[in-house]
Design a protein around this ligand. Structure first.
Ligand code: SAH
Ligand code: SF4
Ligand code: F3S
Length: 475
């Protein structure tokens, strides 16, 4: 049997050039249409917002082939696992999951299992899956989501396993179909990939070169979302401040923010901004446009300059704190969150204390905290690390106590106030309770009458907790 696998290569994935990436337009081949008629698919999504948005593209492709989405994996003819590779834990979860899917394959031998996302871009993971997880029929990468219909067609017609993963710098693919999973909030990619190469991070290898979409394509997408009744867009990129740089045009993320604001969409968010390149045009644009939400996620990763240098983060402790202070002063009332890694190779007690003191300085509204996880192929994987796992766990716990303390402290400002909440829906645990987010990205659980997903309602806050607020709708 012919086995024409295209496997990932970390060496190829590391390459970068200064050329403007190719913009290509997707068209579905007629022979794939109707292939899924009467059949169902189920998608499991891991990882970040980029993956959430990619899953919506996968759903769009399958819908165009005639498949229907279902919410029970046991009823599915195709199961897609969209994976994350950012930490070891994320990968182990996926392997456990596909291990469990083997049982479904025994019950239904025609079931097709496809694995996509960032794990598919890793040599080692693909090798493991090829050897030990025979139940996986398709492996496709982050650069060729559009190949999914072709690969499904080939598996159905030849009953052989298909692996197609590209490790080049990537293209910008437009006109892919999309089935959005929400009707009031939408993810909008503004750029793909990452060129920052933080020494611990696998993302530049799994997502390719930084490449921006044309501004016209982004603005058109948001305008269409407004027409469809969407209330919020979140502009996505691993490092949104770098928007436009790869296109060599005189148009930056700050300019894009202003233009997206002009579409009149109620709420604009963006993820993730890197402290590097957070320029004054951006600050001005955020300040001037009421529909850009008062919330900034600004990963610090560490509060120690030595560790930041080893992380290749391109800023010192002092530079981060100076930027933070400037933002805080110019953007009063905004909420700020961050990402932190503890236990980076050979992080000393003193270095960790610097992270704690930086946290005390910034008093973040919230933080995503992680223990460093070794990623094969990254520069940090080769660094000596003599710090015990138990020490790292203890540091994480100490940091998390601080996170909870300031989260609670920061939330107190909302006690008894009236906030605007974009309603996400009814709570899974209690059908009388609704939930949604304030402009500052605070989760609010509240009660009231005549409430629908997508409404923006006024809620009086009656109770404040560390990670959420409780309230009652007011008219
Ligand atoms: N592009 C974003 C983050 C993407 S990954 C940014 O630069 O902010 C999300 C977070 O995962 C990172 O901010 C970092 O805190 C964490 N992370 C990335 N690689 C990691 C690793 N090897 N071990 C532990 N945490 C990691
Ligand atoms: Fe990873 Fe750094 Fe790029 Fe963020 S900026 S995705 S942490 S390499
Ligand atoms: Fe994970 Fe890939 Fe996102 S590694 S965090 S899914 S870019």
């Amino acid at each position: 049997m012919k086995k024409d696998y295209i496997l990932p290569s970390l060496n190829d994935a590391r390459r970068r050039n200064k050329e403007v990436s190719k913009n290509v337009s997707f068209i579905m081949d007629d022979s794939y249409k109707g292939l899924g008629e009467g059949k169902h698919y189920y998608i499991i999504t891991h990882g970040c917002q980029a993956n959430q948005r990619d899953s919506e593209t996968m759903a769009g492709l399958l819908d165009q082939m005639g498949y229907s989405m279902c919410d029970d994996e046991k009823k599915a003819d195709v199961i897609i696992v969209n994976t994350c590779a950012v930490r070891q834990g994320a990968e182990e979860k996926v392997l456990g999951e596909i291990g469990a899917l083997k049982r479904l394959k025994t019950l239904n031998p025609d079931l097709i299992i496809a694995l996509g996302g960032c794990m598919a871009q890793e040599e080692e993971s693909v090798r493991t899956i090829m050897e030990k997880y025979r139940q996986v029929d398709i492996i496709f990468g982050t650069h060729n989501i559009y190949s999914l219909p072709k690969l499904l067609y080939e598996v159905i017609t030849t009953r052989t396993r298909k692996i197609e993963v590209f490790s080049g710098m990537g293209e910008v693919v437009e006109s892919l179909p999309v089935t959005r999973f929400m009707s009031h909030k939408a993810w909008v990619n503004i750029m793909y990939g990452c060129d920052k190469f933080c020494s611990y991070c696998i993302v530049p290898y799994t997502r390719g070169k930084e490449r921006s979409r044309q501004k016209e394509d982004i603005i058109y997408e948001v305008e269409e979302l407004v027409k469809q009744g969407y209330k919020e867009v979140c502009l996505l990129g691993q490092n949104v401040n770098a928007y436009g740089k790869d296109l060599h045009i005189d148009y930056t993320f700050g300019d894009l923010l202003s233009d997206v604001a002009k579409t009149g969409i109620d709420r604009i968010r963006f993820m993730t901004s890197h402290p590097w390149d957070f320029d004054d045009t951006m600050i001005r644009s955020i300040k001037e446009n009421k529909n850009i939400m008062p919330y900034i996620h600004l990963p610090i990763q560490s509060g120690n300059t030595g560790i930041l240098k080893k992380m290749n983060r391109r800023y010192t402790r002092e530079e981060y704190l100076a930027l933070f202070d400037k933002l805080k002063e110019q953007l009063p009332g905004y909420s700020f969150t961050t990402d932190i890694i503890v236990g980076f190779p050979n992080e000393s007690d003193e270095a960790f204390e610097d992270t704690l003191s930086a946290y005390d300085h910034c008093q973040f509204d919230n933080a995503f905290t992680f223990i460093y996880s070794k990623r094969e192929g990254t520069p940090a994987a080769a660094m000596e690390d003599l710090i015990d796992r138990s020490v790292k766990e203890e540091r994480l716990q100490r940091l998390n106590e601080k996170v909870a303390y300031y989260a609670n402290k920061k939330n107190q400002r909302f006690k008894d106030s009236i906030v605007e909440v974009l309603v996400d829906g009814v709570s899974k645990r209690n059908s009388n309770v609704y939930s949604g987010y304030t402009p500052e990205n605070k989760l609010v659980n509240f009660t009231g009458e005549n409430i629908h997903t997508g409404d923006i309602v006024k809620v009086k806050i009656t109770e404040v907790m560390s990670f959420s607020l409780n309230g009652v709708k007011v008219d």
